[in-house]
Ligand binder design. Structure first.
Ligand code: 1QQ
Length: 379
């Protein structure tokens, strides 16, 4: 009898031990940081990104979260498009919240401020919309899932040349933002390479609202097209004013990533018709994964369609979740090492990082044209 009860006690102890083990299974959320533009003139970009993340977050948590059952969470910080604010947000997320990884920031201009801090503190930071040259050269903890302008703009300009026979263009760019300046450099190199003549190069500040001096000069030169590197607020203003000043609607705009937002059509309306942009994604991309994403997005956000910023963010959170699982712990160093090895197929198509932590596959660029205030695939 004694031995039986001892065995029973042993069994009870084992069960108890097993129960304690199950109870001790870690269910604490894995909280990431995100720095995005949630207020102010450029918030259309950041809110699209936030919506993409939040949709992916819901999917991931519905499927059991990360690391065998821990929910994933995101602490958002609003940068308002200001690089000092993005820098402070990075400091706060790393120092106070101790996040193992940061998503964002929205603008290259902000990444050049926040990226070095994350890199120095050895916290991976993943841009989903930063397209300027030199982003990942900040350091080994800096990643991006967005295609750099250097992979997109040459395709856009070559398409404009082949399809519309442009020979002479005017160039306009914002000269106080890292992305708009970098995209201008890429445009200039591509125009030279294609043998397209640049009649004039005009600059403006990102907060300007009067572009009449530059546009009046451009009108007199009678270009085939206007190549424009700007964020969407200024871009909409330029396009509206161009038509008000009587620049012929046949003289279409060719833009960089800043113009690839539905906000351009919302603000500029018919004045933006004919605008060409290169894009890594389009809403009508017919594969099942993308169409399911578009439907789920519309469902969650009251019928609104996703844009490329939302699609890119959606895939990025899945890529990051995969890296966290592969890392086996919410540890910055392990996540960094896992990220470089991730292979993922999402709504943008197949994805992995190149050895410079940029997208490895640069082949998926399509050219979109604005018609009736909406971008559609150029046929
Ligand atoms: C950059 C961009 C912007 C258009 C992102 C919103 O491409 O800053 O790099």
């Amino acid at each position: 009898m004694r031995s039986v009860s001892r065995r029973m006690l042993l069994a009870a102890a084992l069960v108890g031990g097993a129960l304690t083990g199950a109870q001790a299974q870690d269910r604490t959320p894995v909280k990431l940081g995100a720095i995005e533009i949630l207020t102010g003139p450029n918030s259309r970009y950041g809110i699209a990104i936030q919506r993409g993340f939040d949709l992916a977050l819901a999917d991931i948590n519905k499927a059991g979260g990360v690391l065998g059952g821990r929910p994933l969470a995101i602490a958002y910080e609003d940068s308002a498009g200001a690089k000092e604010q993005a820098l402070n947000a990075a400091r706060k997320l790393i120092g106070r919240d101790k996040v193992p990884l940061i998503l964002g920031p929205t603008l290259s201009n902000e990444m050049f401020a926040a990226g070095p801090v994350a890199n120095e503190r050895k916290v991976p930071i993943v841009g989903t919309s930063t397209t300027a040259n030199g982003i990942t050269a900040i350091g080994p903890y800096v990643f991006r899932t967005s295609l750099p302008e250097s992979d997109v703009i040459p395709v856009t300009l070559r398409t404009a040349q082949q399809k519309f026979g442009i020979k002479r263009v005017a160039v306009m760019y914002g000269n106080d933002d890292a992305f708009t300046k970098s995209a201008y450099d890429v445009m200039k190199a591509a125009l030279d390479k294609l043998g397209i003549e640049t009649l004039t190069t005009e600059t403006f500040g990102s907060k300007d609202s009067d572009f009449s001096a530059q546009l009046t000069k451009i009108k007199a030169l009678n270009p085939d097209a206007i190549v424009l590197s700007a964020l969407v607020e200024a871009a909409s203003g330029v396009e509206l004013q161009a038509r008000q000043l009587g620049i012929d609607p046949k003289v279409f705009f060719i833009g960089g990533n800043g113009l690839n937002s539905p906000k351009l059509g919302d603000i500029a309306g018919a004045a933006a018709d004919g605008t060409l942009v290169g894009s890594p994604w389009f809403v009508g991309k017919p594969d099942a994964a993308n169409q399911a994403f578009v439907a789920a997005f519309k469902d969650k956000y009251g019928g609104d369609l996703p844009d490329q910023f939302a699609a890119q963010a959606y895939d990025t959170l899945h890529i990051v979740a995969k890296a966290i699982d592969a890392a086996g712990a919410p540890d910055s160093e392990k996540i960094k090492d896992a990220l470089v090895k991730v292979k993922y197929s999402g709504v943008m198509g197949p994805f992995s990082f190149s050895d410079t932590r940029d997208p490895a596959d640069t082949s998926g660029v399509v050219v979109l044209v604005m018609k009736g205030g909406k971008f559609q695939l150029l046929q």
